[in-house]
Design a protein around this ligand. Structure first.
Ligand code: UDP
Length: 412
C-alpha cells in the first residue's frame, strides 16, 4: 500500500497525522540525507523504507544513500558491531585501514551532496567516519546508533568516539546506551510501519499457502523466531528451549532469517544452527531472501508464540512486529526487548533456554492467556511503537537542531 499520510490515518487517526504536519511545517524544503550500509536486511533498512517517503510527503527533501564496501570493510564494521555490544574483539591497524579506505572512497561520491544537506543522519558505525571527510558542512549532522552500546569494548569505542564526537547530536534507542560524548544525546526508540508488506493484514489463504510452501503444518502450534543468523540472536538457545519441550503440545519450531549485505557472519552461524537442529523434522530452518517481507509477515501471523531470545538487542523490531500481530512474545531479558516485553502483559522475558521452555509451556497450555496477552500487545504497539511516533520525535529533534535549541530540547 502506498505510504501516504492519508493511508496511515485509518490506523493512527487524524489527530496523529495532523500533529505530524504541524511539526513538519517549519522543516518544509529542508534537505535530509540518511546514510547507512545496506539497502536490505536488518532493522535500519526496515525503518528507512517508510521514513524517506513520509518525510518527502511532509514537504522535506529526503533521500537515502548506502555505502558500498568490500569484504574487509564489512568484516571490520561487524567487529565494530560486536565490540560495541561488548564482545572481546581486536581491532587491528589493517582493519582500521580497510574501514577508512572504504569510507574515503564513498566520500568522493557523496561529499557534495552531504556538504549541501540541511540535515545528515548517519546510521550506526559503518558510515560514521564520513563526518570528518566532509569538512565544509552546511547542515547539522546526527549520529543514530541503533546498537546496544551500553558496555562497549574499550578499543572499539575509543576509535568510534573519535569519529562521532564532533557530530551535532546523537540518538540512541535507550537511555542505557548513551555514552560520554561532547554533544547532546537523545533517546528515540524505533518503530514499525503498519502499512508495510511486513506488517499489513494478510488473508488467511496467503498465510496457509506460505505454511504449505515450507511444509509447516497449520494444525500444530508454531513457535517462530525471525532473525538474521547472528549469535547475539541466540538461535541455538531457541533450539535448546524447543528440545526441552520434549514433543509437548506437538509444537513446531520455525527459525527464519536471511543475511544482511553488511553482515558477513551469517553463513557460519546458519551452519551452527543446522548442526544444533540435528535433522529434527519439527525444526524448520528457513533461509529467506531479503525481500521476503510477506513471508515473514505470514509466519509471524501463523505463530502461536513468537520468540526473540536475543542475548543482546538494540531494540528488536521483530518483537514489535510480532506484538502488532497479537502475538505473545518470549524475549531475551536484554536491551530494547525489555522496553517491549512486559511480563504477563505482552509476553515473558527469559534469561535461559529453560526459562523459555517454561514460558512456552505456560502459554501453550493456556489459550485464554495467549489471547489476552495478544490483545494487550497490539494496543501497546499502537500506543508506543508505530512509525508516526518515531517520525514526530525525529522531526522535533531536527527542528530543535536547526533552531539551535539542542541543549534545551527534549524530543517528543
Ligand atoms: N528481517 C527480514 N529478513 C530476515 C531477518 C529479519 O526482513 O531474514 C527483518 C525483521 O523482520 C525486522 C528486521 O529485519 O524488521 C530486523 O530488525 P531487528 O531490530 O529485529 O534486528 P537487527 O537485524 O536490526 O539486529
Amino acid at each position: 500500500m502506498e505510504k501516504t499520510l492519508q493511508n496511515y490515518e485509518s490506523i493512527i487517526g487524524t489527530v496523529a497525522t495532523s500533529k505530524l504536519r504541524q511539526v513538519a511545517r517549519d522543516l518544509k524544503g529542508a534537505s535530509v540525507v540518511h546514510v547507512n550500509s545496506t539497502k536490505e536486511g536488518g532493522g535500519v533498512a526496515e525503518i528507512l523504507f517508510w521514513m524517506i517517503p513520509l518525510m518527502n510527503e511532509l514537504g522535506m527533501d529526503a533521500s537515502w544513500e548506502v555505502l558500498n564496501g568490500n569484504a574487509d570493510y564489512f568484516n571490520t564494521t561487524k567487529t565494530f558491531h560486536n565490540g560495541l555490544q561488548g564482545n572481546k574483539v581486536i581491532l587491528s591497524e589493517k582493519m582500521i585501514k580497510a574501514y577508512e579506505d572504504t569510507v574515503e572512497e564513498n566520500a568522493e561520491r557523496l561529499r557534495e551532496k552531504l556538504a549541501d544537506a540541511d540535515i545528515v543522519v548517519i546510521h550506526d558505525p559503518q558510515p560514521a567516519y564520513l563526518h570528518q571527510l566532509v569538512p565544509e558542512k552546511k547542515g547539522k549532522w546526527i549520529w543514530r546508533c541503533h546498537i546496544d552500546a551500553s558496555h562497549p569494548n574499550r578499543q572499539v569505542w575509543n576509535y568510534l568516539r573519535s569519529k562521532v564526537n564532533d557530530y551535532d547530536a546523537s540518538i540512541f534507542s535507550m537511555p542505557d546506551y548513551a555514552q560520554r560524548l561532547d554533544h547532546p544525546q537523545f533517546i528515540i526508540a524505533p518503530s514499525i510501519d503498519p502499512l508495510s508488506d511486513k506488517n499489513i493484514d494478510l488473508s488467511e489463504q496467503e498465510i496457509l499457502d506460505t505454511l504449505s510452501n515450507f511444509n509447516i503444518d497449520p494444525n500444530r502450534p508454531i513457535l517462530t523466531q525471525i532473525s538474521r543468523f547472528d549469535r547475539f540472536k541466540d538461535p541455538i538457545g531457541v533450539i535448546e528451549a524447543f528440545n526441552l519441550l520434549n514433543g509437548a503440545f506437538n509444537a513446531q519450531l520455525v527459525l527464519a532469517g536471511g543475511g544482511a549485505t553488511d553482515d558477513p557472519e551469517g553463513a557460519a552461524v546458519l551452519e551452527e544452527v543446522k548442526e544444533a537442529a540435528n535433522g529434527n523434522p519439527d525444526i524448520h530452518i528457513l533461509m529467506l531472501p531479503p525481500d521476503a517481507h510477506r513471508i515473514i509477515n505470514a509466519l509471524q501471523r501463523a505463530s502461536a508464540i513468537v520468540i526473540q531470545k536475543s542475548l543482546q538487542e538494540g531494540f528488536g523490531l521483530t518483537v514489535t512486529e510480532a506484538l502488532w500481530k497479537n502475538k505473545p512474545v518470549i524475549g531475551g531479558n536484554t536491551g530494547g526487548i525489555r522496553l517491549q516485553v512486559h511480563n504477563h502483559h505482552t509476553g515473558f522475558l527469559v534469561d535461559t533456554p529453560e526459562g523459555a521452555a517454561l514460558r512456552i509451556r505456560r502459554l501453550l497450555s493456556n489459550p485464554d492467556l495467549m489471547y489476552t496477552i495478544g490483545n494487550t500487545a497490539k494496543e501497546f504497539v499502537k500506543e508506543n511503537y508505530l512509525c508516526n511516533r518515531q517520525l514526530r520525535e525525529y522531526l522535533t529533534l531536527m527542528l530543535g537542531l536547526r533552531k539551535g535549541l539542542a541543549n534545551h530540547l527534549i524530543a517528543g
